[in-house]
Design a protein around this ligand. Structure first.
Ligand SMILES: Cc1cc2nc3c(=O)[nH]c(=O)nc-3n(C[C@H](O)[C@H](O)[C@H](O)COP(=O)(O)OP(=O)(O)OC[C@H]3O[C@@H](n4cnc5c(N)ncnc54)[C@H](O)[C@@H]3O)c2cc1C
Length: 347
């Protein structure tokens, strides 16, 4: 297929600030079993996805089979963790419950007071900034046209754009709307079919420490914060979940709370350099699951609403959208996520 990407600020958006945890099992939520299946499928696709991307660009994506440790600091945390482990096991997921000593043997940098934890050996990480840069490079290498202009409307077979030198519309056989939390702002959808995406603010910190040996190897998840340790010494501490519209301001309170929670888990984090504070907007939906599939506009497809898991879901989303465009049939993997599930019949 010949592809044109319309985006005024590619390589930015939520994907730029995301931590890059690929954690379908650690982050499983009660009642989200359909989403879990898609998340697991995408996680399985990751090694092949990054290998292909890295081979065709020569760029690293920072993918690392790190595993993820959930950590309990007190009795309440421990009770919540045990509930989660029971739920995970009930779903047939692989998780190993660990006592304090085993935990600190695996990650000596953990605070001495941690009470227990759970290891998910199959939940990994990628560096979203490197990943998005590699995707941009791969697009350029494959002849994808990148138009740095804003889309204002969609209709069957066309996108209306603002500015640029190529005229007011970009035409094609199909249009894929993948504008993150801004996807519902495009004109052209019937009122009852406007993509129900909303911004869910997340504040997140980047710190820098030594690369070798790293402070910790595995992603560490506490109740109030998580830490992602990269091979180059970057440590990401995330993240708040806030309903604040399109506001992307960073607040002192959030920075304080995240650092406090991180230092409680891994005291040495307090010695690192704080190099970046940022806020991004997750594309949230009413049921926290993505919007993937055809719309009432012939040939207009949605690939949005990925909320907390958009980095994880990139390969499964790409595969499903390509299959849909190539065959005209909605793949079974995304049947539960078609946009029509939210459409209200007008009175
Ligand atoms: C703090 C934080 C931490 C996160 N951590 C993780 C994590 O660990 N793992 C994980 O899997 N996910 C994580 N996420 C979620 C993940 O970042 C998102 O689900 C994902 O980035 C969404 O990707 P997207 O491409 O749909 O949206 P975005 O990355 O927001 O991209 C949307 C794009 O649309 C463009 N656009 C907007 N309006 C228009 C328009 N009118 N015309 C043309 N283009 C337009 C924007 O310029 C932007 O480039 C996190 C998110 C946040 C905020």
């Amino acid at each position: 297929m010949d592809v044109v990407v319309v985006d005024p600020a590619p390589e930015r958006g939520a994907s730029r600030v995301a931590a890059g945890m690929l954690a379908p099992v650690t982050e499983v939520h009660y009642g989200e079993e359909a989403l879990l299946a898609l998340n697991l499928d995408s996680n399985r696709r990751y090694p092949g996805f990054v290998a292909e991307l890295e081979a065709c660009t020569g760029m690293s994506t920072g993918y690392r089979a790190s595993g993820t440790l959930s950590v309990a600091r007190d009795a309440d945390d421990l009770a919540a963790l045990d509930d989660l482990v029971r739920y995970q096991r009930g779903l047939g997921l692989e998780v190993e419950r660990l006592g304090r000593r085993e935990l600190r043997r695996l990650e000596p940098a953990l605070a001495p007071g941690v009470r227990g934890g759970a290891l998910v050996a199959g939940d990994h990480q990628v560096d979203p900034r490197r990943l998005v840069a590699a995707l941009g490079e791969a697009c350029r290498g494959r002849g994808v046209a990148l138009l740095a202009v804003r889309a204002s409307a969609v209709r069957s077979g066309a996108v209306t754009v603002e500015g640029g030198e190529i005229g007011a519309t970009v035409e094609g056989d199909a249009v894929v709307v993948a504008a993150g939390c801004w996807s519902g702002r495009l004109d052209g959808f019937a009122p009852e079919a406007i993509p129900p995406v909303r911004p869910v603010k997340g504040q997140i910190l980047r710190l820098r420490g030594r690369a070798t040996p790293p402070l910790a190897t595995r992603n560490i998840r506490g109740l109030d914060a998580y830490l992602v340790f990269r091979e180059d010494g970057e440590v990401v501490v995330g993240a708040t979940v806030e309903e604040r519209g399109y506001d992307t301001g960073v607040t002192a309170g959030a920075v304080h709370d995240l650092l406090h929670a991180a230092v409680e888990l891994v005291p040495e984090v307090g010695e690192l350099a704080l190099v970046e504070t940022a806020a991004g907007l997750r594309p949230g939906t009413p049921d926290n699951a993505p919007l993937l599939g055809p719309t009432h506009l012939d040939g207009v497809v949605l690939a949005t609403g990925h909320h907390r898991n958009g980095v994880l879901l990139a390969p499964a989303t790409a595969a499903a959208v390509v299959e849909l465009l190539a065959t005209g049939t909605t793949p079974p993997a995304i049947a539960a996520f078609v946009p029509g599930r939210f459409e209200r019949v007008p009175a």
